[in-house]
Ligand binder design. Structure first.
Ligand SMILES: Cc1cc2nc3c(=O)[nH]c(=O)nc-3n(C[C@H](O)[C@H](O)[C@H](O)COP(=O)(O)O)c2cc1C
Length: 506
């Protein structure tokens, strides 16, 4: 086999190429409009190179693969031809260096979106919009008016979202939940796209007669509305009045784009204002509205959730830096205790792991870690942050509620950063019983809570030494109680760090 120079650049076939084959010729259209034609052996070689580069390859690897394909060594003068061909394919952006490949999209919490279609011609474009929403990480359910379903087949949309397209206010089976309430509550966002003049009028007057209008009216999630109609309809005083009313009601009303008037015959069409903007614009405005709405609703701080569903929603709809208590690294004082208490093989339970910060720190010390949370999304994100797609960090991620735990066995060390202070009064005794049962004799419980000086303004119950001893003193000895902080992305709050030692059960 020939000894090829090994340029470290790895090339890969671009996701989109502008190429067609005709007879023995390959026609390549570069993004700048230049057209190259390769014929005969050059075209065959180009096809083989494109096949090689479906996975990233260096020049040397390409040559080796071509040698395997041709069954013999590639001679020096043939290498020159290959280099020329690679230069053509790179110049036409058919092959791209892997450094130019877009980074894989970071896994983000999935926002639940109800897409409400009403009967405008733009409905025929719905599959494209849905694909874009899915690419942007939305979890999509589709509802449609009867008129909308004259413009698009539900089967096409169902194939994309893998859920039935609903149109009726009545559930298919009387045992099932009523769709408009169910979906209005499920949604993190509602997108009324395209919004007809008729649907706009229903929404402006509180007319709940269709599934689309009922969901958009009764949801508590942000509603983004994209009018789509011809210019004459759009400029009617009634439509303008209704749109103004909907904006005043708090809906996010998108301005239309320009397009050709479809009501005219194709060769007499003129540009008019009114149609829905391109999909990318719709999605960008939707994402902007959600960002602004989140910040406005929470005044920068998410409200403290009350149950597992609300926690899950919080983790689905807020990024790391929007979670008031979250930090990428474990607090220095907790890490110091962890480092003293843990050694490789120590068993650790991280209670209310959130984004997994304490669990990851313990795993790095070689501990065997079980990390629990009541929110599935928190666990998925934590697992992702830990780089634990294959489970090789040794952390076991489990959905569990410490106040109603299904865990068994005992651990050498329990870590609770900011879980106890979120519990309701009824959950305290179950918590105390659970941590006593789960801590091995002689094991430690590390608890951080807000300090009394924070009051109740943060949606938590602050704790002090006396309260901790009252709750946990029967099973634990309080070893240390220190002033501390709970640093978050924006604000650092006053906290206490308690270290408790499990007494031997009598
Ligand atoms: C071919 C055709 C195209 C239409 N395009 C639109 C449109 O783009 N925007 C609009 O507001 N109405 C349009 N309409 C009218 C609506 O379909 C009609 O007002 C219907 O009642 C809307 O009902 P809905 O809001 O319940 O879906 C169109 C009607 C037809 C027949």
């Amino acid at each position: 086999m020939t000894n090829h120079d090994s340029s470290p650049t790895r090339l890969r076939r671009a996701p989109v190429v502008q190429i067609y084959d005709v007879r023995d010729t390959m026609v390549i259209l570069a993004p700048d409009g230049e057209v190259r034609e390769l014929s005969g052996l050059s075209a065959e070689l180009a096809r083989a190179v494109l096949q090689c580069c479906l996975t990233p390859c260096t020049r040397a690897q390409i040559v080796t693969r071509l040698e395997l394909l041709t069954g013999g060594p590639i001679e020096e003068q043939e290498l020159g031809v290959i280099d020329q061909l690679l230069a053509v394919l790179v110049a036409a952006k058919v092959l791209v260096p892997t450094s130019e490949q877009p980074a894989p999209a970071p896994s983000r919490p999935r926002t639940r979106l109800v897409l409400c279609l009403s009967g405008a011609i733009a409905c025929s474009l719905a599959p494209g919009l849905i694909q874009r929403l899915l690419e942007r990480g939305f979890e999509v359910r589709v509802v449609a008016t009867e008129a909308a379903l004259r413009f698009v087949q539900p089967e096409a949309l169902e194939a994309l979202v893998h859920f039935p397209v609903l149109s009726s206010l009545w559930p298919e089976d009387s045992g099932l939940p009523v769709p408009h309430i169910n979906l209005a509550q499920w949604a993190d966002a509602v997108l009324v796209w395209p919004a007809t003049a008729t649907t706009i009028s229903r929404l402006a007057t509180g007319y709940h007669s269709t599934l689309v209008s009922a969901i958009a009216l009764c949801t508590r999630a942000p509603v983004v509305l994209v009018p789509s109609m011809n210019a004459d309809m759009y400029s009617e005083p009634a439509v303008a009045r209704n749109l103004q009313q909907l904006a005043a009601d708090g809906m996010h009303v998108v301005h239309p784009g320009s397009g050709t008037e479809l009501a005219h015959a194709p060769d007499t069409r003129l540009a008019t204002l009114g149609p829905t903007p391109p999909h990318a614009v719709v999605v960008a405005l939707l994402e902007t509205a959600l960002r602004i709405e989140r910040a406005r609703r929470a005044d920068g701080q998410p409200a403290t959730p009350r149950d597992a569903d609300e926690w899950d929603r919080l983790f689905r709809t807020h990024q790391d830096h929007e979670l008031g208590w979250h930090r990428d690294a474990l607090d220095a004082d907790m890490l110091a205790v962890l480092e003293r208490a843990a050694s490789p093989g120590t068993s650790v339970l991280d209670i209310g792991t959130g984004l997994g910060v304490a669990a990851i720190a313990a795993a790095r010390l070689g501990c065997r870690v079980v990390a629990t949370d009541i929110a599935d999304t928190a666990l998925l994100r934590a697992r992702d942050r830990a780089g634990d797609s294959t489970g090789d960090t040794g952390i076991v991620w489990l959905r569990d509620d410490i106040a109603d735990t299904r865990l068994y066995g005992t651990f050498d060390l329990l870590i609770d950063r900011g879980c106890l202070h979120l519990l309701s009064p009824e959950q305290l005794q179950p918590y105390a019983k659970a941590v006593a049962r789960l801590t091995a004799p002689g094991g430690a419980l590390l608890v951080k809570t807000h300090a009394l000086s924070e009051g109740r303004s943060r949606g938590t119950t602050p704790w002090d030494r006396g309260m901790i001893e009252d709750l946990l003193g029967a099973a634990f000895t309080l070893e240390t109680d220190e002033g501390s902080t709970l640093p978050g992305p924006a604000v650092t709050t006053a906290a206490r760090l308690f270290v408790l030692r499990r007494r031997d059960p009598a």
